[in-house]
Design a protein around this ligand. Structure first.
Ligand SMILES: Nc1nc2c(ncn2[C@@H]2O[C@H](COP(=O)(O)OP(=O)(O)OP(=O)(O)O)[C@@H](O)[C@H]2O)c(=O)[nH]1
Ligand SMILES: [Mg+2]
Length: 572
């Protein structure tokens, strides 16, 4: 048993008296590293960076689900196993083991199909050579996922990993949320075995790629303070080479890098364990300070305030539901109306353009069959992107409005009430701002809306348009050889035809608007619940603590624990 391990056990004893989740997780991660010598490699980054696809490509297996919309909703831990399986590890009950199939993986890990609340992670046992050497791969949800709890899960898994691969987008290397992630998680947890990937490299030409790498390098250096390895990668090209039976240099380079990371991680292991233990102890010492400052408050006043605030929270429930209902009704209806109106105009203009073009084109058949579908696709795409942006802007406005109303009607009055009662809540207690909980969510709506709108165009939309156009023209041209007759017939059909085929697209957008609203209001509800429970928690005083004697004892005990921890940290 190493001395670090023994110290972790001491800290865990203290944690029984002073609970602190973050420190507890750190202890667990150190114990994991002490007991399990395998190499844990996490793939992290914002959503849609291509994490799951990249893992599939290095494994040479089409295993993890990937999509144009946010997909991975759970932490997926891939490890070597001769007998393959997929195991769901729950937080509140026994784990369940299933056969490893793509369907099961879709069912348990993909955003659209599961409720992840009670899932700790998914263990995937695969018989893959790459993992045979004791490498464990961890796929994570995007660090800017809509669900805040999921982001937390991703962030919290990092201390238990030995190294991380951070995927960046070629077009925007290192966004604000990525820098933040690096600062708060990677630097705090001393996860120095780290490398960066500019993903989807096939989308850029050589010069652009070079530029993108240089840009990312200097920004990363600014945040981390040192040069971390960075390389381009294209899963698409790796798969293509694999199909053609040729070796791909992206993949061989990456595997070399991963070996280096493994070597670095081994060397850094002791250092990072020590640093994490120091950090965990610091967190507990801070927590003790917090408890002491709460204990120092005037008990009687605090209790009065608690009663009053709880009553206010209860009253607010009804008012809050009203706020949501009206916001939801107005928001949804308006957005549907806005879309319908502009879609109508778009359809009218497009129909007119198509008819005009049919009138002037000499080769009607060729136009109808080949050119028109392309024109429609292009226009629809442009329209889709424009609309997605508008939808996003509108959603932001609604969200800001709701958050402002929420603060005005619920949060501020409660805080005022506390002040009125003369309760001085320590600074840290007030340090939460609900509005910021929602803003990242809204920012995330843009790519999703664009993604789903474009998805609608390319999946049900354009396929039908092309198929429909080709089908019609074949039947029409067989029946009618005469150009003029054909022209007249097509012009007559055009409005209905476009309306019908693009109707599916419009329906898709309506569905996606509804989904956005469902998610938005679910988040607002969660925000309210969290705020209320946080408030209750922070004001919660156990009755026996009113007794001065007991309070004094408790404070003395806390002081002792603090001294014990300070001694511990000095010896690490
Ligand atoms: N052109 C190109 N597209 C890629 C590449 N890798 C992934 N993609 C596409 O990018 C999209 C997102 O890929 P995923 O692997 O689902 O991304 P992810 O980071 O796991 O996403 P989340 O799980 O939602 O966080 C999919 O449509 C992929 O087909 C690549 O190398 N080149
Ligand atoms: Mg994924």
């Amino acid at each position: 048993m190493s001395s670090i391990y023994e110290k972790v056990l001491v800290l865990q004893q203290v944690l029984k008296q002073v609970p602190c989740n973050a420190a507890e997780r750190l202890c667990k991660s150190i114990i994991r590293k002490e007991q399990d010598n395998r190499f844990y490699l996490a793939f992290v980054g914002e959503f849609k960076r291509g994490k799951s696809t990249m893992i599939n490509s290095i494994l040479g297996q089409d295993l993890l689900p990937s999509d144009i919309l946010p997909t991975t909703a759970t932490i997926n831990v891939l490890e070597y196993s001769y007998e393959e399986y997929c195991e769901v590890i729950f937080t509140d009950r026994e784990s369940e083991r299933y056969e490893l199939t793509k369907e099961n993986l879709e069912k348990f890990t993909a955003e659209s199909s599961i409720d992840t609340d009670n899932i700790s992670h998914i263990k995937i046992g695969i018989c893959n050579e790459l993992l045979k050497t004791g490498m464990v791969i961890i796929d994570t949800p995007g660090v800017n996922d809509i669900s805040k709890s999921r982001v937390e899960v991703t962030k919290n898994i990092l201390p238990s990993c030995d190294a991380a691969i951070f995927l960046l987008d070629a077009a925007s290397p290192l966004t604000k949320s990525e820098s933040e992630f690096l600062e708060t998680k990677i630097l705090t947890y001393k996860l120095q075995a780290l490398m960066f990937i500019i993903s989807k490299a096939d989308r850029l030409d050589e010069d652009e790629l070079e530029e993108s790498i240089e840009g990312a390098k200097s920004r990363i250096n600014k945040v981390l303070g040192y040069n971390a390895p960075i390389m381009p990668y294209s899963s698409r090209k790796v798969f293509k080479s694999e199909r053609e039976g040729v070796i791909n240099s992206y993949k061989t380079n990456l595997l070399d890098y991963i070996n280096e990371l493994r070597y670095d991680a081994e060397n850094l292991k002791e250092y990072s364990e020590k640093e994490n233990l120091k950090y965990a102890v610091k967190l507990v010492i801070d927590e003790i300070g917090n408890i002491q400052s709460i204990n120092a408050l005037d008990r009687e006043k605090l209790q009065q305030a608690q009663t009053k605030v709880l009553a206010m929270c209860k009253q607010n429930e009804v008012k809050f539901d009203q706020l949501i209902l009206s916001g939801e009704y107005v928001g949804r209806t308006t957005l549907h109306e806005i879309f319908d109106k502009s879609f109508e105009v778009f359809l009218k203009n497009l129909t007119k353009d198509c008819i005009d073009a049919l009138r002037i084109d000499n080769n009607v058949k060729n136009y109808y069959e080949r050119i028109m579908p392309v024109v429609i696709e292009k226009q629809l795409r442009r329209f889709g992107e424009e609309k997605a942006r508008e939808i996003y802007m509108y959603l932001s406005k609604i969200t800001n409005h709701i958050v402002n109303e929420y603060n005005k009607n619920f949060k501020i009055p409660i805080m005022e009430e506390l002040k009125f009662e003369g309760v001085e809540i320590p600074e840290w207690q007030l340090d939460y701002k609900p509005s910021e909980d929602l803003n990242p969510f809204v920012k995330n709506m843009l790519p999703i809306t664009i993604g789903s709108v474009i998805g609608m165009i390319f999946m049900p939309g354009i396929g039908t348009i092309l198929g429909g156009a080709a089908g019609q023209i074949i039947s029409v041209s067989k029946r009618e050889k005469e150009n003029e007759q054909l022209r007249a017939e097509l012009i007559g059909k055009m409005p209905d035809y476009l309306k019908e085929t693009l109707g599916q697209y419009s329906q898709g957008v309506h569905e996606s608007i509804d989904k956005c609203f469902d998610k938005l209001f679910e988040n607002v509800r969660i925000m309210n619940e969290n705020n209320n429970s946080e408030l209750n928690l922070k004001l919660n005083i156990e009755p026996q603590e009113n007794n001065d004697m007991q309070l004094k004892n408790k404070n003395e005990k806390l002081e002792q624990l603090k001294t014990e921890l300070e001694l511990l940290v000095n010896n690490i």
